[in-house]
Design a binder for this molecule. Sequence first.
Ligand SMILES: [Zn+2]
Ligand SMILES: [Zn+2]
Length: 183
Amino acid sequence: MFSSMKIEFSALPEGIETLEFHPAPNDLHLETDTCTFAGPVAVRLSVNKTLDQLVVEGLARTHATATCVRCLDEFPVSLDESFRVIARVVPDDEAGDDTGDENFFLLRQSEPVWDLTEIVHDFLLLALPDNPLCREECAGLCAGCGRNLNREPCVCAGKPASGPLAQLSVLLQPSDRRGNGNP
Ligand SMILES: [Zn+2]
Ligand SMILES: [Zn+2]
């Protein structure tokens, strides 16, 4: 089963190795308020090891279901993120320092193990939409009657609106009902 996405520097031969991992979204702490994940994340790492350095070209893929922030409908989202990160093995007292570069890491010489779990988590989370929309022009829910305006018309017309949002939605209704043929 999944333990984390660790690369043991000394266990790798020099040259390029491909490693595959299939962490569950829970292992990566990917769930957000607006996205749920259906299956595992497929992570492929192409690791190029040289004398004291690892260059990793990564690809992380998964599918999620997002909830539209306007109409609350759910819709599928595909994530397909590639990234490139580098780690160098350095004397212990130099390792762990913040390198100031989010794609560059320093590993301890005495125990050069690189855990990429957090890195993959960060890349995938960045790719998730903050405010998912089922489509750019989603009409959302009417604040008055609650109808999904993508599918059915508002039935508020003629009734007194209640609440500040309801009044706003009346103001925002299409103006083409006001008159016919008037310039
Ligand atoms: Zn929507
Ligand atoms: Zn309405």
